[in-house]
Design a protein around this ligand. Sequence first.
Ligand SMILES: [Cu+2]
Length: 147
Amino acid sequence: MDFKVIAGIVFLIALAGIASYMLASRSGGLELVDGYVVSLPMGGGAFMTIHNGYSSTVCLVKAEIPSMPDARVELHQTVVDENGVARMQPVDKVCAGPGENLELKHGGYHIMIFNAELEPGSTVELVLYFNNGDTLTVSLPVKAKGG
Ligand SMILES: [Cu+2]
């Protein structure tokens, strides 16, 4: 083999190494970017952004508040009907594509908490369950409505 062939092989091996490193560093899992809970008379609403670092779509399928076993926690979506009235409906899952953010925000998907007293200024811990078997525990600050 002459030098050019050897140099070419060395270059390809280096490329393969870089590619596998990039793949490995991208399978970083799920990470909370930001979030908070709004206190409401009957419970509250949880809003947050979770980054999906996986190379496949991941869906949030369930949420719990372990410190409040009586609380009912549902995944909701706000939809505007044909009369322009915004309503909330339960959904099975909220998904994020590979490398994308899972967004729970006002006017869209959110976590609804019933039968719980959430005190503004306190912190509430939610456990989030995903369809790939992952669980993510997040501590979120509780805010007053409009605050
Ligand atoms: Cu809701």
